[in-house]
Ligand binder design. Structure first.
Ligand code: TYM
Length: 340
């Protein structure tokens, strides 16, 4: 490990609401595994407190939390090397979030596009938690003094806000306590798009199941979804320039590249001039070859929920040991008496 890796601490989170998608896998999980493999200290969190900012059926939340944990491990996160836990088991997250609620400004939160999209015209009736979502996210990261946050493109605005919160806290109290975090939004998979519309993100909340590949899909479902994916009638171009105004084609090339760990340019080099009728079966074979082992390992892990719970509990213990001294120091800076 080089000096730079030693000075880094990675934190990232995934919501346990609905299942994991190919977007989560390529945009987050696969990249988390590379970071773990490079030896960087990494903390990964299943953010159940974020999930409940919109209604979750308790039984489904419990299932989805275990399933997300299984997804992390099946993708290659080793709880012996990275810390893996669910957020609500480490109370420091919620405590620091409260302090940050008193640092962040209403205007900052009101400008968040995710809040505006999710609340829509219904602002008066959404939960207070949905509005305060980004302060909890800032707390998740900063309670560990994490330096780097690997995420997909859709999280960029939230991370900018986390930087603002850290900056305002440091400024208000005249300290250099919280690090200014670095979003890590890199690679070809930072924005995997819907299979039905190349202009919207692949998402677990899309009403059409055909728009996404779920990590629980079997080989037939994956092949069917790729076969039916929206494309255009033109052959693939032999360079990426030819994909500029072809979002659906660009998306399939990106998915191919990300699954196969290569540049999208290499994919257009190889398939330039070929029709989608030829490319799609190749993509489907690749997707099945890469995803099937993950899905079957997830299914195997899900057979023993008690073991998953134990793993999360052990991860939470390690996470709490890192977070508690930082939280205690934060309280001290803010003038709270700590006499225990
Ligand atoms: P969530 O649960 O929506 O998504 C988890 C991760 O997957 C990425 N992702 C995608 N990447 C590429 N293409 C897609 N179509 C796609 N869909 C999802 C997301 O960018 C994310 O990296 N607010 C966060 C969870 C969170 C968090 C944090 C993240 C809470 N606290 C602290 C980082 C640090 C969320 O809802 O992610």
């Amino acid at each position: 490990m080089d000096d730079q890796a030693r000075a880094m601490r990675v934190f990232s989170g995934i919501q346990p609401s609905g299942g994991l998608t190919l977007g989560n896998y390529l945009g987050a999980l696969k990249r988390f595994v590379s970071l773990q493999e490079s030896g960087v200290e990494s903390i990964y969190c299943i953010v159940d407190l974020h999930a409940i900012t919109v209604w979750q059926e308790p039984g489904e939340l419990r299932f989805a939390t275990r399933q997300a944990a299984a997804g992390f491990m099946a993708a290659g996160i080793d709880p012996g090397r990275s810390i893996l836990f669910n957020q609500s088991q480490v109370s420091a997250h919620a405590e620091l979030a409260w302090l940050f609620n008193c640092v962040a400004r209403m205007g900052w939160l009101g400008r968040m596009t995710q809040f505006k999209d999710k609340a829509g015209k219904n602002r008066e009736n959404v939960s207070v938690g949905l509005f305060a979502y980004p302060t909890l996210m800032a707390a998740d990261i900063l309670v560990y003094h994490a330096t780097h946050v690997p995420v997909g493109e859709d999280q960029k605005q939230h991370l900018e806000l986390a930087r603002e919160i850290a900056g305002k806290f440091n400024h208000d109290f005249g300290v250099e306590f919280f690090p200014i975090i670095e979003p890590v939004i890199e690679g070809t998979a930072t924005r995997i798009m819907s299979l039905r519309d190349g202009k919207v993100k692949m998402s677990k909340s899309d009403p059409s199941d055909m728009s996404r590949i779920n990590l629980t899909d079997d080989a037939d479902a994956i092949a069917r979804k790729i076969r039916k994916a929206k494309t255009d009638p033109l052959p693939l171009p032999d360079s990426l320039d030819g994909l500029e105004d072809r979002p659906e084609a660009r998306n399939l090339v990106n998915i191919f590249a990300a699954l196969d760990d290569r540049d999208p340019g290499g994919v257009t080099n190889e398939y330039g001039g070929k029709m989608f009728s030829e490319f799609k079966p190749k993509l489907a074979d690749l997707a099945v070859a890469k995803l099937e082992p993950v899905t079957s390992e997830m299914n195997r892990l899900m057979e023993d929920p008690a073991e998953i719970d134990r793993t999360l509990g052990q991860g939470a213990k390690k996470a709490a040991e890192l977070a508690e001294p930082i939280l205690a120091e934060t309280y001290g800076i803010a003038g709270m008496i700590r006499s225990r």
